[in-house]
Design a protein around this ligand. Sequence first.
Ligand SMILES: [Zn+2]
Length: 230
Amino acid sequence: MKQLKLFKEEEEEIKKLYEKHKSIITGSHFVYTPKDGRWFHGYDYVSKELLGRTSEVGNRVAEIIATHYFMAALRIDTVTGPELGIFFFIPLIRDYLTDLYKEDIISVPCEKKDKNYPNAPFYFKGIYEPDIRGKRVLVVEDVLTSGGSAKRVVEAVKVLDGQVVGLAALCNRGRVTAEAVGGVPIFSLLDVEMEMFPEEECPICKEKGPDSVRTDLGKGAEWLRMKAVK
Ligand SMILES: [Zn+2]
């Protein structure tokens, strides 16, 4: 299976696009929600919720993903992904693929068996099984943190003897590897480190001063107020 990679100029474009929609920002100075009464800082901010709302992001992301699989000559019959998260993108990716391959490509949701249980397995509704069985399937996920959901979608495809062509992700923020998602090559549009430092050890505070924390996103404003009171 082929390992796909973005072109340098696409990397820059994606970064700017995500940042513009205040969804995924790298290389800045953020304060995170405190854990056990302790504050943590870091360079990156990921909030995937706002990512899929606009046509600008949706179309460009879909176009880039579809074009790379097409250029790599990887044939795709069906596009799927864990419902909800990737719900905005999958039909768009399907449409770009249909345009490029000049063939009808299908998109179907992969659903969680038990919504009350976070690690529940995923499955395809019976009516969608023919779209997966024996087909070449592209799995798409929004943000990979542990890769757990993506892996369970890959497993649901394999249960029906579908062939997973690849896993495309809008962002990989957990250094998730192919092994972690069932041995499928990951095509990530943005890799984010998501390192967290206890406030007193923050290298960004040391370099740029505590006042350089972002107050528009994350908990920076709250943290500065709390420090002023002390
Ligand atoms: Zn800091």
